[in-house]
Design a protein around this ligand. Structure first.
Ligand SMILES: [Zn+2]
Length: 274
């Protein structure tokens, strides 16, 4: 019997998530069960119906999401390790289908092993809230990545670098790629308890102006159309943060690119309205 897991595009997405999970682990950004990833599968599974839908376990959503009704998402599992996901994605992540009313979801597992052992990330309300907002906005973004990049988290511990203007000027200045890859800069979300509606609301608000955010003293969250491009946003800013911290650790203040050099880069690469 054919299932959604026979879909070649879905298989490719799952393969990509496993590859990214390995990167995150290798980079030291995914200790224990840290981090989570979700992909809106609306483009891939839009005409798919699941046979025997009722046999899959159903879970209520705290907040109904009418904008996502009937939609499918691939999401990493709660309490699961990225390093395990890299080796065996379908035991550590799952496909969920939002109900036709948008008030619950079912876990569509490939086999019965997953039924009661696997639940979506505890950040699911935040992920789905962001996905719903992106759909409402007509955005092509389908991917959300949350991870714990050390140097960017370190900077968010200093009152000196919590200002978005100050932080973006530093990060853009450390390497020419930063302003080209992340022209809208990074947004700073003040510290909140993970998994709460407060962090979800602050995150959705901040994403109006940015594609990548720092959750103060916690980690990064980025959105994008494709998985690896989304990761690249965080990776590029992380590189700049590393260069800044290396220079400071070596005992000197890094000069950074000048305003004119940044302007020339924006013009040369047609970013930021140029
Ligand atoms: Zn986290």
């Amino acid at each position: 019997m054919n299932t959604i897991f026979d879909n070649k595009q879905l298989q490719e997405k799952i393969h990509d998530v496993a590859e990214l999970a390995d990167y995150l682990w290798q980079k030291g950004w995914a200790e224990r069960n840290a981090g989570n990833i979700s992909i809106n599968l609306c483009d891939i599974l839009k005409d798919v119906t699941v046979t025997d839908l009722e046999k899959y376990p159903e879970f209520k959503l705290k907040k109904a999401l009418p904008g996502l009704k009937g939609g499918f998402f691939f999401v990493t599992g709660t309490g699961k390790r990225m390093r395990d996901l890299a080796r065996n994605p379908l035991l550590n992540a799952c496909v969920i289908r939002i109900s036709d009313k948008g008030d619950s979801y079912r876990i569509i597992s490939q086999n019965d092993i997953n039924f009661y052992e696997l639940r979506p990330t505890s950040e699911l309300p935040t992920h789905l809230g962001i996905h719903e907002q992106m759909v409402k906005n007509g955005s092509k973004n389908r991917v959300i990545v949350h991870t714990h990049p050390n140097e960017l988290i370190a900077l968010s511990h200093s009152p000196m670098y919590k200002s978005e203007d100050v932080l973006n000027r530093i990060l853009w200045g450390m390497h020419p790629e930063s302003v080209i890859v992340v022209p809208r800069g990074v947004g700073m979300v003040p510290y909140e308890i993970p998994g709460t509606t407060d962090i979800a609301e602050l995150t959705i608000k901040a994403l109006a102006d940015h594609d990548v955010l720092i959750w103060e003293k916690h980690g990064c969250l980025a959105v994008g159309e494709e998985l690896f491009d989304t990761f690249d946003l965080i990776d590029t800013l992380s590189k700049s943060a590393q260069i800044f911290i290396y220079a400071k650790s070596a005992g000197f203040e890094p000069e950074g690119l000048t305003e004119n050099q940044l302007l020339d880069l924006k013009k040369a690469f047609h970013v930021g309205g140029y």
